[in-house]
Ligand binder design. Structure first.
Ligand code: AKB
Length: 337
């Protein structure tokens, strides 16, 4: 049986970028799973695309029977605003769905007698800083600080990280067949992500990409967070690059299972100003949604990603200025004009 990579949530914006990148690497058979039919651009790049839910036992067991999976990129999730509206659904998809994928990884590892590498995209939403009067005084948050999420999505992500660690090391420890290391779990806590190709759905950092895409299509954008809101961001290309780097690093070089990454920390007003540089007539207003504002207020203004830089040489290619000048604007112009 040929070795395969399974990507869940393949039709999302991270899925698209990752598939484009992974399909360029040799000898990679990509199997996609998504609740929606995979985009026509992506279909030719994958060996199989399965339409369905990660919660569907029949689909998971079909994948287990039919394929030899060596790596799983488990991207399927409800993002933070959607999760806050539907906490039960978020628990089902973001936690129970992730558990199903861990169990699939364990079954595959046992069946094929190999370790399954498991990538999990986590988030700055695992942090909770609302308790602080001046959150900017907290500085750059490292992976061990403020892990007190205040959103359902953040709770789901933090718990799934713990499950990943548990399944990698302790799963089945009371059995006489106990064998640690069936799963090699690796996670990245992403900041807000901006893609030139697609818009995210259901997130709360979405105001940044939404502002840009609205300006490109000459539409009015009403930003739902305060113009002084500062959060860490990076562009999707750098995020994809970071996944590839982390997943291809030898395990003994990794001092952690879970890493922060980032590139720049800017305010919503900084986004407006840079967008207006390129789209002079952009119509961008602010009208604060207090509930969504309280979610972003609990997230750090900046993160410390020293561990990623030293363990696996993470280094974002784009800063704030050149992410617009050299990447987002040229790509978006070719799409909209
Ligand atoms: C969201 O806004 O839900 C995501 C996240 C912070 O992980 N971008």
């Amino acid at each position: 049986m040929i070795e395969s990579i399974l990507i869940t949530g393949a039709n999302g914006e991270m899925g698209h970028g990752l598939i484009k990148k992974l399909s360029k690497l040799k000898n990679k058979n990509i199997i996609c799973l998504d609740i929606n039919d995979v985009n026509n651009q992506i279909k030719p790049l994958v060996a199989a695309s399965i339409n369905g839910s990660i919660l569907d036992e029949n689909i998971i067991s079909l994948i287990n029977d039919k394929y030899k999976i060596t790596q799983i990129y488990h991207l399927a999730a409800l993002l933070s605003s959607k999760a806050e509206h539907s906490p039960q659904l978020a628990q089902d998809v973001n936690v129970n769905g992730t558990l199903k994928l861990f169990n699939l990884a364990i079954d595959q590892a046992k069946k094929n007698n190999h370790t399954v590498k498991f990538f999990f995209p986590s988030s700055i939403a695992v942090y909770g800083l609302n308790g602080l009067k001046n959150k900017n005084l907290a500085g750059k948050i490292n992976e061990n600080q403020f892990c007190l999420p205040e959103t359902m999505y953040g709770c789901n992500k933090l718990y799934s990280e713990h499950l990943g660690r548990y399944y990698s090391i302790y799963y089945n420890r009371l059995s006489k067949n106990y064998k640690p290391g069936l799963i090699d779990f690796r996670a990245i806590r992403f900041p807000g992500l901006i893609s030139a190709d697609t818009l995210p759905t259901g997130g709360t950092t979405d105001y940044a990409p939404e502002m840009l895409h609205a300006a490109a299509s000459n539409e009015l954008y009403t930003c739902f967070v305060n113009e002084n809101t500062i959060l860490p961001f990076m562009i999707m290309d750098d995020a994809i690059e970071s996944i590839i780097k982390l997943m291809s690093t030898q395990k003994d070089k990794l001092s952690k299972m879970i890493y922060n990454v980032g590139s720049y920390s800017v305010s919503a007003l900084d986004f407006k100003n840079i967008i207006i540089k390129y789209y002079k007539n952009a119509k961008i207003e602010f009208s604060v949604d207090l509930k969504r504002q309280s979610m972003v207020d609990s997230w750090p203004e900046d993160v410390n990603f020293n561990a990623a830089m030293s363990d696996w040489k993470f280094s974002p290619k784009y800063n704030f200025e050149n992410s617009f000048k050299d990447y987002l604007i040229p790509k978006i112009r070719s799409q909209y004009e």
